[in-house]
Design a protein around this ligand. Sequence first.
Ligand code: SAM
Length: 241
Amino acid sequence: MEHIYELYNDLPRQGPGDNASTKRALSLIPVLPEKPLILDIGCGSGMQTIELARATNGTVTGVDNYQPFLDVLLANAKHNVKTVNASMDQLPFDKGTFDLIWSEGAIYLMGFENGLNYWRDFLSPGGYMAVTEITWLNDNPHHEPKSFWQAAYPEMKTVAENLKTIKSSEYRNIGNFVLPESSWWEDYYFPLLSRIEWFRKKYSGNNAVLAIADEVAAEIDLYRRYSDNYGYVFYVMQKSD
Ligand code: SAM
């Protein structure tokens, strides 16, 4: 685990995404209170947390269970950002607290359906949720990405299936869009490829540790070849009461 964190340290972000997509998802939300309370779950080092604080007059609370990421977020945040070190499945907040719950590249850790169901209670009546989730973009994916993701994240679904889950989890669908391929590369996979190169030099000869880098490199190569089969999708929804 320690080596995985070492590999992912110092990246601009820890998953696909970009500020333009964060703002696009935010713009789908019709109305928020003047000073909304926003919770960003699995915030990592917080690129999107800071963008949310910039784009609203609200207070954004970033939750993560890895303190070094929260420290980077606090060091970079200028205003209206708090951090809480907690697990996303044991949130230390009162029910009904937040006007908006945000989560980029992290709901998969609980599973899409579990996350929607557990986090729902922390929304105020009529509150909004915006999450990104890795999603099949093709009903008949190639067997290579299919077997990779069936092992890594068997719950991965199509957009239509996730929209059904949103409805059955008592949310109203507001909108969704596929993140651009550039959001995988610019602030995530390109910097990660540089880290992998550095990591391979540092651990040269240590096969057990190098296997971690090989696995991550294989995931990147898979996306390079099959980005038309799967991608990250932003799902924006409203709690229906
Ligand atoms: N949202 C950030 C982004 O898009 O760059 C980070 C996404 S990263 C793929 C997932 C994040 O979830 C990591 O920062 C990790 O430390 C955090 N995480 C993992 N398990 C967690 C848990 N049980 N509770 C809270 N955060 C968790």
